[in-house]
Write a protein that binds this ligand. Sequence first.
Ligand code: PEP
Length: 252
Amino acid sequence: MRSLIAGNWKMNLSRAEVRALLESLRAASSSWDAVDVAVYPPFVYLAEAAEILSGSAIELGAQDLYWKPSGAFTGAISGPMLRDVGCQRVLVGHSERRHVFGEQDEETEQKIQAAFANGLKPTLCVGETIGERENGQTEQVVERQLQSGLEGCTAEQAKRGLSIAYEPVWAIGTGHTAKPSQVGEVHAMIRAWLTDRLGAEVASETPIQYGGSVKASNVDQLMAVADVDGALVGGASLEAESFQRIVEFQSV
Ligand code: PEP
């Protein structure tokens, strides 16, 4: 399977900075033949990002979506709107949506279904807090998040671009990367869960990304772990050279 390296820009960057970063990535992307690359800018920059990335192999995604197509939902952005501005992908259930904005497991299921209904490739983000890990609940929490988010997901839908991002909450934006052994254990569990739920063929074709303080200096080590099929990168994706090095799996 091809690796999927994605940059989640969160609520960062000015319009001028977004433009400059996209231009640099676009220029570098002509040599990124062996890897799938996606970026997730803030909503307000998506339309312009789509224009800059047009014709390049870099896919554009949104950081969230609401499951209703339109209506009285102040502040929300729908799947049809994301398609309309040129998105191909969307993140669902990122830990900041869950822990800062109180997103519930059931909402992730509706969002995954809305993504598929609108031809968007969803990445379901899962991961335990430090307290849950210390209480030995990692597997239980990740399984619950998979079960809820993918409750209605069929094998046919999954083949249309589902990916999973394992992002331990304690490793996101903290500089504390999970150890390769910790990453390997959870990724193997996710692969087994996918096999059981959607079949071996779909499970083997569904990228499982790791996220949590990935940078150019640790990407080699993390990508070498079995069942790690890519990375979801936050902080280190905000700067062209560092993201480029991650995409190219180069250590500093
Ligand atoms: C993320 O936002 O998904 C993430 C993993 O952030 P960081 O790389 O900054 O830890």
